[in-house]
Design a protein. Structure first.
Length: 180
């Protein structure tokens, strides 16, 4: 069992925090990567860095959002994104996030914004927002963040209020789009 190069000692687990079983190499069901995991309860450890990536996904007919279960009818949506694994580039992490969460393959068109975001699950995080375009795949209805949904540009959903970084990235995209 190994951790990505550069993972801080504080993120290196030897035993499961849920059931205390000794961790072994496990296959992550979302991305097929080998990660430290619990053979007893199935917990998988993601040694994430405090760098997050978010994608605005352009597709024919609109933009693709995820609809997490904790969204509300008034604000149901989120952008596809994640915190990078140690040793993973922003581009690798972004395309992995989009594939895992939406089932789609994308090309990165450009970087929209970058900023420091306090209050994330990892504390202060550096967030990178990208504009992407769908190149293949099929929209998932069973992603870890709920179903992926294509919304027409003239009827974009509200982002879940607690997802401040998502809101900032989408605002940067809309401002850029309005300027062009």
């Amino acid at each position: 069992m190994s951790y990505p190069e550069g993972a801080p000692d504080a993120l290196v687990y030897r035993h499961c925090p849920h059931c205390t079983a000794k961790l072994t190499a496990q296959t992550d069901p979302f991305d097929g990567r080998t990660r430290p995991g619990c053979p007893d309860c199935g917990w998988i450890h993601h040694a994430n860095s405090p760098i997050g990536v978010l994608a605005v996904i352009e597709a024919p007919g609109g933009l693709v959002f995820t609809h997490p279960a904790h969204g509300t009818p008034e604000a149901p949506a989120s952008l596809a994104g994640l915190f990078l694994d140690y040793g993973e580039s922003p581009e690798e992490g972004l395309t992995r996030a989009v594939a895992e969460l939406t089932g789609l393959h994308v090309e990165i068109l450009d970087e929209l914004t970058r900023f420091q975001q306090p209050g994330t699950p990892l504390g202060h995080a550096h967030i990178l927002g990208f504009r992407t375009r769908v190149t293949g795949g099929d929209i998932r209805t069973d992603g870890a963040e709920g179903p992926a949904v294509l919304h027409p540009r003239d009827a974009l959903p509200e982002i879940i209020p607690a997802r401040l970084a998502n809101r900032r990235v989408l605002a940067a995209y809309l401002a850029r789009d309005a300027a062009h």
